[in-house]
Ligand binder design. Sequence first.
Ligand code: PAF
Length: 300
Amino acid sequence: MRILIFGAGALGSVVGALLSKRHEVHLVVRPGNALAIKESGLRIEGLVDGTFAVETHVDLEDVPQPEIIFVTVKAYDTEAALEALARMARKARLVISLQNGLTNLDQFRKALPDKAVMGATSMGATLIGPGRVLYAGKGDTVFGHLAHNSELSKEAADLFDQAGFVARSDANVEGELWMKGIINASINPLTAILKWQNGEILSSEGVLGISQLACSEAAAVAQAIGVRLPAGDPFAKVREVMRATALNRSSMLQDLERGKRTEIDEITGEIVRRAGERGISVPVNRNLWMLVRGLERRGD
Ligand code: PAF
C-alpha cells in the first residue's frame, strides 16, 4: 500500500520508518532531511535500531497518489496542510491526523468530515540530525473516525499494530484528543521552561505539583465544555506518560531549542481560551502559556 507522511518531523519519521517494512512510504520533509535520507536512508535509534528505505520529497506535487495520508505537521500548520492536501485527500481512502494540539479536530471536521481518522499518541521522538531520529518515548496510540466509521479507525489501528506500535480504536475521539491535550499541557510547557527530559518532572515534588494543577484545571475545562474524558484519573495517565517517555525531550522543548515556534497556543492557549468562554479560572495554565510565549519572544 502507498502511504504518505505529510510533514514528517521526529514522530512522523518514526511512523514512516516502521510502516516502510510492509508498505511503500513517501515522506514530505524539509530539504536538508530529504537529502540526508536520499543519501543514507532514514536512521532510527533508541527503542528501534535500523536504517529504513523510504521515498522523500520536498514538494507534494512530486508524490504519487497515496491510499493513506498521515498528517503530522505542527498544529499551527494544519489549515495550510489541509488546503495543500485537498485534491490528494479526496482520492485517498483514509486521512489520519497524528498531531499534538486541541485545535486540529475542528479543522479536520470542517475539511474532511467523512474521511478523517484522528489519532492521539503518547509516543515521543527527537530529531538528532538530518535523517536521524531518536525514538525514546514508548506510548500507545488511539484512533477514532470523525463520522464514527469503526472499520476505518480499526484499519488505522491495525496498520499501526502490524508496524509494531501499540494501538487501538475508540469511538470517543474528542475525549481521547482532549486527554492527549491534557497530557501535553501537563508535561510540555514545564519541560520547555526547565529544559528537562519528561521523566525529570517525576523527581521534583514541587514541579510535579505544578503539573498536577495544570492537569486538573485542564480536565475541569474539558468537563465544562462537555468532553467525556476516558475513564480513570487524568493525572495518573500524565504520570504514566512521564514514566514511559522519561528520556524523551518533549516536542515543545525541541522546538524552543531549535528556535522554532512551539504549539503552546494550540495546547495550553486553547485550554485558557475555552476556560475564558466558560468563565473558569485557570491561573496555572495561563502562567505556563505566557512563560513559553516569553521564551519564544512572542507577546500576548
Ligand atoms: O509532545 C510530545 O513530546 C509528546 O506528545 C509527549 C507524549 C509529551 C512525549 O514527549
